[in-house]
Design a protein around this ligand. Sequence first.
Ligand code: CU
Length: 178
Amino acid sequence: MTSFMPPADRIWWKVPVGREEIIWILIALTWCLIMFFMMPYWHIYGKQNLSNEAYQTTPAKFGAKVQEMIDQHKVGEEAGYPVVHPPAGSDIYMLARLWQWWPILELEKDKTYRLHLSSMDWQHGFSVQPININMQIVPGYEMVLTVTPDQAGEYGVVCNEYCGIGHHTMLGKIYVKE
Ligand SMILES: [Cu+2]
């Protein structure tokens, strides 16, 4: 009997299931359950997973907090961008807008920060290179990531949600100092 023929036995659900089929169902079910429980397991014990929080905000409110941090902790300027060195362990801010990640942040290695992200206009993607961090950033929501940079260096922030004609120029920077 082939599958495109109507079943010979109309009450097909009472036909005993073949042994191979049962084995396959059990393998698939076991794997499915492993994958399912890996999600919470990896969320808690996986080292690279982001435990993020989200809060409602407005572009004006968020912009004011970013500006406040810049005013208090600006240490320099680079290609028109303020370079900000906020105190270790503090709340730090970066905003997305057409077409910038603003400002440049300078962090200390092995210190934990609460990184707040939001957009001033529409959807952008916060992708930190060369590490595997990737967040959708939308206006009206403030995403908060708890981050502990453990390698010194210069990190690039690229936008990975197409956001218009200047999308490819939307590059930000995070410095991590020893
Ligand atoms: Cu963008």
